[in-house]
Design a protein around this ligand. Structure first.
Ligand code: ATP
Ligand code: MG
Ligand code: MG
Ligand code: MG
Length: 476
């Protein structure tokens, strides 16, 4: 089943059941605590928080999402992309646990000729939160899932909150058993690659008090109005329904792998390392196109830096695979060819997207060679002195003068067996930001607008990645 059909079936299933279809919001979150949208619930947050009265009791969407914190997993696991689409259904004080569980089961297991996805019920495994007897009872007694395929997990996996006082509650995840070729048996609690998580149901049930992070807090009581927030990964379901090994090989990705092999002459399936590179390129080019499509431009702060980091990593992986000239235009054309069906604005905006991406590629290719030489010399010197850690000031120089995002330096140093003094790097970055701030302050002379902008940029974490990746991992 094609991705477009998965999406169509999702929306019509929930629309037929009284949900209002809400188009995807932009990846640029309309929310000061987030740089980019990491989950389908984000556009509905004011309703869940009770800040705004929802215009409907039920909604459904297929939301564009970016999760930068998953970047390290890309290409290595079979199921993590920095960009993906989250199919969701939402209830605002309307149906709750039993309603959400029954809908999910019906849509996943009803036959394809009856409008469902036709998954074999015996391959579905359920996880519930350790204390959530009610969810376990519904899965077992109402839906009929045998006890041996229901597992209980702790807060880390199966509890949702936003890390601050407000709504919270247990989740229940639906996982698909891809069979013994994906590793040991034992269910999702022991093997999350074989039993791949496809759908998370969040039961917003309680009011959370103060506490620490997402795991240590007290519960003040039941919410007066209980909500449902769910998220299913469209690419993950496509991977299963299309019978491919990983999410980079589905219908809306595979042609990028093919193009990258054509441009580099490296065959897919040749070697583990080059396969990872090909998947990284595929994922990152998709993400880059979607980000530029939504108006992000490469830069050294906030969203612009997310884009820069992802694009430069894609370009360098193409070099690792053997590309010598520019590659971005060809790759972008393929991405737009595949994604344009769902997002026609990519086709309308093709020229602008290409212009932004090509300028970034040119800028990076200009400094990549010189920067690589600097890095190689620094690595050789560090090793000659018996060291194993590349100094923070080298990483800073590479960032500041040669446009190497920190994770590029980390990756390149690691390839040569060194780690990097990231704390030192961050200290220098912070000092530089403070200098820039002081300069701006001095120049301000009554330009309140510029000052306010600066403050927002600082809040967003500026060039310091660590600051916001955590908020970005906010999930359903
Ligand atoms: P995982 O445990 O596999 O990392 P998750 O629990 O972090 O997934 P959720 O936050 O529950 O994911 O998001 C809801 C759904 O979105 C998941 O069940 C999955 O299908 C999909 N999803 C989450 N992260 C990604 C990703 N990086 N790439 C593709 N799909 C994803
Ligand atoms: Mg995750
Ligand atoms: Mg999970
Ligand atoms: Mg989950």
């Amino acid at each position: 089943m094609e991705s477009a059909e998965i999406r169509r079936r999702w929306l019509s299933f929930f629309e037929e059941r009284g949900h209002t279809v809400v188009p995807s919001a932009s990846l640029i979150a309309d929310d000061p605590t987030l740089l980019l949208v990491p989950a389908g619930m984000v556009p509905f947050k004011p309703y869940f928080l009770g800040e705004v009265k929802p215009p409907f009791d039920r909604a459904t969407s297929v939301q564009k999402c970016v999760r930068t914190p998953d970047i390290e997993e890309v290409g290595k696991t079979t199921r993590h992309g920095t960009f993906f689409q989250m199919c969701g259904n939402f209830s605002f004080g309307d149906y709750f646990k039993e309603g959400a569980i029954k809908y999910a089961w019906e849509l996943l297991t009803s036959a394809q000729d009856k409008g469902g996805y036709g998954l074999d019920p015996e391959r579905l495994w359920i996880t519930v939160y350790q204390d959530d007897d009610e969810a376990e009872r519904i899965w077992h007694d109402v839906v009929g899932v045998p006890s041996e395929r229901i597992q209980r997990l702790g807060k880390k996996d199966n509890y949702w909150s936003m890390g601050v006082p407000g709504p919270c509650g247990p989740c229940s995840e639906i996982n698909y058993d891809r069979g013994p070729e994906f590793g040991a048996e034992g269910g999702p609690a022991v093997n999350d690659e074989r039993y791949v998580e496809i759908w998370n149901l969040v039961f917003m049930q309680y009011e959370r008090g103060e506490g620490i992070g997402k795991e240590e807090f007290e519960i003040l009581g039941e919410l007066p109005s209980k909500n449902i927030d769910t998220g299913l990964g469209l690419e993950r379901l496509a991977m299963i329904l299309q019978g491919v090994q990983n999410m980079y090989e589905i219908d809306t990705s595979m042609a990028v792998i093919d193009k990258a092999t054509e441009l580099t002459g490296v065959a897919y399936g040749d070697a583990q390392a080059s396969d990872v590179s090909l998947r990284v390129v595929t994922d990152h080019m998709r993400t880059s196109v979607m980000l530029i499509g939504d108006g992000v431009t490469p830069g050294n702060e906030g969203r612009g830096y997310v884009l820069r980091r992802i694009m430069r990593r894609a370009i360098r992986n193409m070099r690792l695979l053997g590309a010598t000239g520019p590659v971005v235009k060809d790759l972008i054309d393929v991405v737009i060819g595949m994604m344009g069906q769902q997002y026609p604005e990519l086709i309308t905006d093709r020229e602008r997207i290409e212009k932004v991406a090509l300028a970034e590629e040119n800028a990076f290719l200009k400094t990549l060679k010189a920067g690589t030489n600097i890095l190689d010399t620094a690595v050789t010197d560090t090793k000659a002195a018996g060291g194993t850690v590349l100094a923070g000031d080298k990483a800073f120089l590479l960032h500041d003068t040669w446009g190497f995002p920190i994770d590029l330096t980390l990756e390149m140093a690691a390839e040569q067996g060194l780690s990097v003094d990231e704390d030192g790097f961050r200290r220098l970055m912070k000092e530089q930001r403070e200098r820039a701030k002081a300069d701006a302050q001095a120049k301000k002379t009554g330009h309140a607008g510029a000052g306010a902008y600066r403050e927002i940029a600082d809040k967003a974490g500026a060039t310091d990645f660590v600051g916001y990746t955590d908020t970005e991992s906010e999930s359903t």
